[in-house]
Structures are given as structure tokens and as C-alpha cells.
Design a protein around this ligand. Structure first.
Ligand code: ADP
Ligand code: MG
Length: 157
């Protein structure tokens, strides 16, 4: 995206297709309230920063800003492409617990690749792992650090 895009919402349940079992849990945001912002973005994979605005009783590390890789799309690898967009972020942090229902904020900074249909789960998974690598190395460069601080500073108390 030309300018960083902010997406926020309370984490909802996804499709239960076992992202977590595959080692890449994705926190889903309800897409309907984000329709206007999503209309600006092509379906595909993005990188950026994420912050879980959980209660102060949660471990400090869980409430900090972490790198994330995000998919916006219709999940074409899983049978018929769904009519409604899904927004899901894999956050590169080991959380102390699941966070369904919690407020999550994403700052979307860059595009990795368009959405595509894979011939199977192994192919999809290999590509997801590559996407995670791209996101991690991008977000490790000085270029994106100010946005990390920006998101942290904007966090509601
Ligand atoms: P669902 O289909 O319900 O989205 P997933 O298998 O994708 O299930 O798991 C997502 C859930 O896992 C998130 O909603 C969140 O509560 C939890 N979770 C734990 N660690 C992470 C993480 N690092 N990134 C994203 N979600 C995580
Ligand atoms: Mg998910």
C-alpha cells in the first residue's frame, strides 16, 4: 500500500481448518466492518505490525507490537472460493494463550504476493513459510521500525 493501512477488530473464529495445527495460527478479523479499507487492497499476502490490545493482566510481551504476515482473500485453495473476504494475520510471537474476542490492531506496510490457488496443502504451507521469511526479513530492516513505534504509541491505554 502507498500509505500504511490500519485494520482493527476483535478477533473472531476462522474456518477451523487447522492453521494452528500446521504451525501457523491466523487471527481472523471480521471483514464486514473493514469493507471500505479492504476495497483498496488486492487479495494477497502482506506484512506489517500487529498489536493485541489485551487486558493489562496479560503478560507484557503479549501486549507488545510484533511482526505479522497477513492474508486478505477468498482462500481459493480450500474448495470453492468464498464470496466474503477473509482477513487473517499470523503474528510472529508465542502468545501465552489464545485471544479470541480480544481487540487486535494491524498496521499493513507492504505487499508480498497476490493470492493464488495452490494444488495442495503442502504447496500452500511451503509458500506460507516463505511468506513468513519475507515478512521477517523486511520487518527486521530499519525502514519499518518507525511504524512499530507509531503503532505502540497509538495503542489505547
Ligand atoms: P481459526 O480458524 O479459528 O482462526 P486458527 O487455527 O487459525 O483458528 O488459530 C487462530 C487463533 O489462534 C487465533 O484466533 C488466536 O486466538 C490464536 N493464536 C495463538 N497464537 C497466535 C499467533 N501467533 N498468531 C495468530 N493467532 C494466534
Ligand atoms: Mg485463522
Amino acid at each position: 500500500p502507498a500509505a500504511p493501512l490500519r485494520l482493527a477488530g476483535n478477533v473472531t473464529t476462522g474456518f477451523g481448518r487447522g492453521s494452528k495445527q500446521l504451525g501457523v495460527p491466523t487471527a481472523n478479523l471480521p471483514p464486514a466492518p473493514l469493507a471500505e479499507q479492504l476495497a483498496q487492497l488486492p487479495a494477497g499476502v502482506y506484512f506489517g505490525w500487529a498489536q493485541l490490545n489485551a487486558d493489562v493482566s496479560w503478560p507484557e510481551a503479549d501486549r507488545q507490537v510484533h511482526p505479522m504476515v497477513m492474508n486478505i482473500g477468498r482462500r481459493p485453495t480450500f474448495g470453492d472460493a468464498q464470496p466474503e473476504l477473509s482477513v487473517e494475520a499470523h503474528i510472529m510471537h508465542k502468545y501465552s494463550q489464545d485471544f479470541y474476542g480480544q481487540p487486535l490492531r494491524l498496521l499493513v506496510l507492504g505487499f508480498i504476493r497476490p493470492e493464488m490457488r495452490f494444488s495442495g496443502l503442502q504447496e500452500l504451507l511451503a509458500r506460507i513459510n516463505a511468506d513468513v521469511g519475507v515478512a521477517r526479513s523486511q520487518l527486521g530492516t530499519p525502514r519499518w521500525q518507525p511504524y512499530r513505534e507509531q503503532l505502540a504509541a497509538e495503542a489505547p491505554p
